[in-house]
Design a binder for this molecule. Structure first.
Ligand code: ATR
Length: 273
């Protein structure tokens, strides 16, 4: 069986091996997907070793996505723009191809699984770190009427917006500047959920029928998902769907087959009920 793995630090709670095992079973592909704790210092050596020993593809997660971008010989447009890579594939000629499937994973979850439209919608993106950077390009491609990046440190949001302003209507501000405008979609791309925190948000930023979406996920609803429910969002969900969709996209890059994501999302959701 061909070998694949996810590298991250820490890596303990990753669901990726389970997801890819389900994809393999469903499609009849023979592959072996493991998880490996790899520190940033050991990253390059570990990647080279993995591919030299017959590995075919890697996923890279926090905090290795920017390093993965540096290691790739060839990059997709999404990867190039986001300066971060979550999927590496070994090509026939030994070169390493890199893509970032996070953005497309998010868009597919929003549009196909959750039935949300993004065209002409107002989008609020919370956070200006790597997670935000990875999804801005694919978001703007959907034709929202505007995307506002709001960050605890306002300057980072302004700078990030400037970097992407050629792709569509995007601006940056501080979390404390929010409150004057309401949005159809609020995406939490801060790392606050990872420590059980909630970005400081005013109460009047959701339009009727709004969707709240946390890129993070957990066994319990995240503080942001709870916040969305309390504020009366139409739906308020975490990023388990995005996780499965970005994995499906990686699987497609590696194997040329697109697995059916719905039964896998259902299974992961049932597990935590
Ligand atoms: P990632 O790659 O997950 O995006 P990152 O690059 O370290 O991680 O960025 C983390 C983001 O979450 C930042 O936008 C950070 O805000 P600052 O730039 O002001 O640091 C945001 N963040 C983390 N904890 C937060 C909290 N408790 N409230 C609000 N924002 C938070």
């Amino acid at each position: 069986a061909d070998r694949y793995a996810v590298f991250g630090h820490p890596i303990g709670h990753t669901r990726s091996p389970c997801i890819h095992a389900l994809f393999a079973e469903q499609t009849g592909e023979r592959l072996n997907y493991t998880a490996q704790d790899v520190t940033p210092d050991a990253f390059e050596t570990s990647v080279r070793e993995f591919f030299a020993n017959g590995g075919k593809g890697l996923n890279c997660t926090v905090p290795l996505k920017e390093l993965a971008w540096k290691i790739a010989d060839l990059r997709s447009e999404d990867a190039e723009r986001s300066k971060a890579i979550n999927t590496l594939a070994l090509c026939q000629d030994g070169t390493i191809y890199g893509d970032n499937t996070d953005g497309i994973g998010l868009i597919r979850d929003l549009k196909i699984n959750l039935g949300r439209t993004l065209e002409s919608r107002r989008v609020l993106l919370l956070g200006a770190g790597g997670a935000s950077r990875g999804i801005i390009g694919p978001l703007l491609e959907q034709g929202p009427s505007r995307v506002m990046i709001a960050n605890r440190t306002p300057e980072k949001a302004v700078r990030l917006a400037e970097e992407f302003c050629g792709l569509g209507p995007i601006t940056g501000c501080g979390l404390s500047d929010l409150g004057a405008e309401a949005f159809d979609l609020v995406l939490n791309a801060t790392s606050a959920s990872l420590t059980g925190e909630l970005p400081k948000l005013p109460g009047n930023i959701l339009r009727t029928g709004a969707c709240c979406y946390d890129l993070a996920y957990g066994v319990e609803p995240t503080p942001f998902v709870r916040w969305g429910q309390e504020m009366g969002a139409d739906i308020s969900v975490d990023g388990i769907g995005m996780l499965v969709e970005q994995a499906a996209e990686a699987f497609f890059i590696w194997r040329g087959i697109r697995p059916d994501t719905a039964p896998v999302i259902d299974l992961l959701n049932r597990e935590r009920r």
